[in-house]
Design a protein around this ligand. Structure first.
Ligand SMILES: Cc1cc2nc3c(=O)[nH]c(=O)nc-3n(C[C@H](O)[C@H](O)[C@H](O)COP(=O)(O)O)c2cc1C
Length: 221
């Protein structure tokens, strides 16, 4: 079996105990360019963002729905980085994510937490997608200023990312580069490198354990 065929659920060593859909979430790059999402499915994905938490319940995010082939999609595709131009256009939809970064005309919003809030809303969308049998792959590699201008986004918002969503396609239908991209080895830093106990740099140790708890290195897709 090829790595790609075996890759329906990319392994995540150290994360076997995670709940679904966390455990089976990953970011594929080979989407089926015939698949379309229904209006209800799109609404469910957007409700996931709507109901994510935010600082002070300010909900500072905004999304454009760029369905494959529509005018917004053409804007996104036109401004993709070279590395993303092979795979993003095949996804069923791209949600273009923007966030309020400056106060509005009344002086409201735009505080430090807004980027955090948008990231969290995006995470909710990716997990909702997985729960619906879909896959999501976020990306920042595009000309966000050009998309900002083309879509008439107000100056106090910033276009930040796209979330490509769809179902997995066949490796036979994509170029070698896109196919290889999906087969990249997934790696993670070990917990001891970023979870600390008392003093920065001192690895946290799980109670009762004689060594740092868990790592997640070298997860092959
Ligand atoms: C904010 C953000 C920006 C990203 N930008 C890109 C991108 O431009 N191109 C790309 O192929 N993947 C992009 N990714 C996907 C990451 O590379 C991917 O999530 C990471 O390698 C971990 O892999 P996994 O999602 O399969 O666990 C981005 C992810 C995030 C959250």
């Amino acid at each position: 079996m090829s790595p790609s065929a075996a890759n329906a659920h990319a392994p995540m060593p150290g994360a076997e105990g995670l709940a679904e859909p966390l455990r089976s979430r990953w970011s594929p790059s080979v989407f089926d360019d015939r698949h379309r999402l229904g209006a209800d499915e799109l609404a469910e994905l957007l409700h996931a963002a709507q109901w994510s938490p935010s600082a002070g319940n300010t909900q500072p995010w905004a999304f454009f729905v760029a369905e494959r082939g529509n005018a917004t999609h053409r804007v996104v595709v036109e401004h993709l980085s070279r590395g993303n131009s092979g795979w993003v256009p095949r996804a069923s939809v791209v949600l273009v994510a923007a966030v309020q970064v400056e106060p509005d005309a009344e002086g409201n919003g735009g505080g430090d937490a807004t980027l955090y809030d948008l990231g969290q809303a995006a995470a909710h969308v990716t997990l909702q997608a997985r729960a619906m049998g879909l896959h999501a792959h976020q990306f920042a590699g595009f000309d966000t200023d050009a998309v900002h201008a083309a879509l008439g986004v107000p100056a106090h918002y910033r276009v930040l990312t796209g979330i490509a969503i769809g179902v997995r396609g066949s490796h036979d239908e994509v170029d070698e580069r896109t196919s290889a991209r999906e087969d990249r080895v997934r790696v993670r830093k070990p917990l001891e490198s970023f979870v600390f106990d008392g003093v920065w740099g001192t690895p946290w140790t799980a109670p009762g354990a004689d060594r740092p708890a868990g790592s997640a290195e070298g997860a092959a897709p």
